[in-house]
Design a protein around this ligand. Sequence first.
Ligand SMILES: O=C(O)c1ccc[n+]([C@@H]2O[C@H](COP(=O)([O-])O)[C@@H](O)[C@H]2O)c1
Ligand SMILES: Cc1cc2nc[nH]c2cc1C
Length: 363
Amino acid sequence: MECLEKLTWNNYTREELERISINSPDEKSEEMVYRNWDQIAKPIDGMGKFETLTAQIGAIMHTDQIDISKKAVIIMCADNGIVEEGISQSGQEVTLAVAKSMGKKQSSVGRMAETAGVETIPVDIGIASKEKIKGVLDRKIRCGTKNFKKEPAMTEEETIRAITAGIDLVYCCKEKGIKILATGEMGIGNTTTSSAVTAALLQCKADEVTGRGAGLSDGGLLRKQHVITEAIRNYDLYRADALTVLKTVGGFDIAGLAGVCMGGAIYHVPIVLDGVISMAAALVAEKILPGTRAYLLPSHKGKEPAVSLLLKELKMEPVIDGNLALGEGTGAVMMFGLLDMAMNVYNSRVVFSDIQIEQYQRF
Ligand SMILES: O=C(O)c1ccc[n+]([C@@H]2O[C@H](COP(=O)([O-])O)[C@@H](O)[C@H]2O)c1
Ligand SMILES: Cc1cc2nc[nH]c2cc1C
C-alpha cells in the first residue's frame, strides 16, 4: 500500500512524455491463448468476443497462463470549472459527496466491486475542496479546473502532472500484485469536457458528440453544445495536438485516466475502459503515445453519443450494450465479472479428451 500513498515519480516534460515508445503486445502468447481455447470442449469460437479479449490479455501479459485474480478500479475524481456555465444538472458539491461515499465503499461502484471481488481505488486528482477525504488517495493537482469558456482549463504543467499521477498509479498497483485494472471517474461536468475533447480530436460537430450526461434539460443541452462549439472555434482546436486539446478543454480526471491508459501500455497491465470519459481519455493517450490502444479493453457501449464515435476510432467492440450512463467505473467492473466467468472456463481446461470426443479442427 505504501507505494500508493504518494507519487513516486518525477514529472515528465512534454518532450520526455512524447518520447516514450510503446511496444506491441506479444503475438505468440495471443496465438497460444487462441489454441488453448480451441482445445476446450466447446464449439470453435464458442466464447466469441471473450476469446479475443482473453487473447489480448495474454498478449499484454506475455503469457497464456492468464491470472486476473487480483483486480482494481482506479477512480479519478475531479471538478470542472465549466460547470459555472450551467452545463450539468448537478452542482459541483456532488463530486465531493460521491467521493466521500466512494471512500466508504458505498457508492454504486463500491457495491458492484464488492460483488465482483474488486478493489476500489478512489483518487482525489482535483476535487474543488481542501478537505482530506477518508479512503481516497490524495493526488490533488488543484481544487478544480478553470472555466474553459474564459481560459484554458489547465496549464500544460498541471496536465502532465495529472498524466504522470495516472502512470504512477499503474506502477504502484502492479507492485502490489494487481493483474488487471479498470478506469473510473467522478466529476460533475466531465461529460462536457469529454465531449469537447472528442469533438476536437475527431474533428466533428459538438451536437454529434454531446448528450445529457447525468441528466440535463433541453435548454441545458443546447447550452452545453454551444459552449463546446465556441471553445473549439476560439481556441482553434481542430488544428491542435492532443495535449493542447486536453489542457484547454479537458480535466484533471481525463488527464489522470489518460495516464492510467499510458501506464497500462508502459507496464503491460491490461486496462478495462468504462464509459465516455474513460474512452475520451483513451483517445488522448493513443494520440500522445501511439500503440497504447493495444493495451486497452472495452467494457460497455454507454448512452452518451460520443461513445459510438470513440469506439469506432479506437476500433473496439464492447460486450455489454446496457445504455449505462453512471460512470465511476461501474461498466468496467461489470465486465470484470464476465471476464472472471470466461477465465474460469479457460483455466478449467476441460478439453475434448476429457469427454471422450475428438478435438474439432478449424477449417
Ligand atoms: O460513464 C459515462 O458514460 C457517463 C455518462 C453520463 C454521466 N456520467 C457520470 O455523471 C457525471 C457527469 O455528468 P455531467 O452531466 O455532470 O457532465 C460524472 O460523475 C460521470 O461519472 C458518466
Ligand atoms: C449522484 C451522482 C452519482 C454519480 N456517480 C457518478 N456520477 C454521478 C453523478 C451524480 C449526480
